[in-house]
Design a protein. Structure first.
Length: 127
């Protein structure tokens, strides 16, 4: 899924390609966030959360770098504005959207274990 998020896909589309339901994906993210809030520094769910955040950050960074280097920057600017409106959209849109939760946005590392092993572990834990 890292590669899907790095390309800028939404959570829904990344889950479709990985053949995982959004609810299962969101459960994995929630477990990772709970581990993070509990102060854990290691763990597969935390690694998964950090990995997804990193992929999204890399998408942004790559597009910003391309914008600076490319004389025909309009398409990439349009894409950033649509995918990350709170950071790159017009100010009036940013102000409206900052207070609303945005579907599919998580945010950073590299998962060393396959996604399906995480899914199995989450099922075993009853999550």
């Amino acid at each position: 899924m890292y590669g899907h998020f790095k390309l800028g896909l939404t959570t829904r589309r990344a889950c479709d390609l990985a053949r995982v339901s959004e609810s299962v994906f969101n459960s994995l993210i929630s477990i990772g966030k709970a581990d993070e809030a509990a102060g854990k520094t290691k763990g597969r769910f935390l690694e998964f959360l950090v990995t997804m955040r990193l992929a999204q950050a890399e998408f942004r960074a790559n597009h910003i770098k391309d914008l600076a280097a490319n004389p025909d920057w309009r398409a990439k600017a349009w894409l950033l504005e649509r995918i990350v409106p709170d950071e790159f959209g017009p100010k009036e849109r940013r102000a409206d959207e900052v207070d609303r939760p945005r579907e599919g946005v998580i945010v950073d590392a590299v998962v060393s274990d396959p996604l399906h092993e995480l899914l199995d572990e989450a099922k075993r834990q009853g999550s």
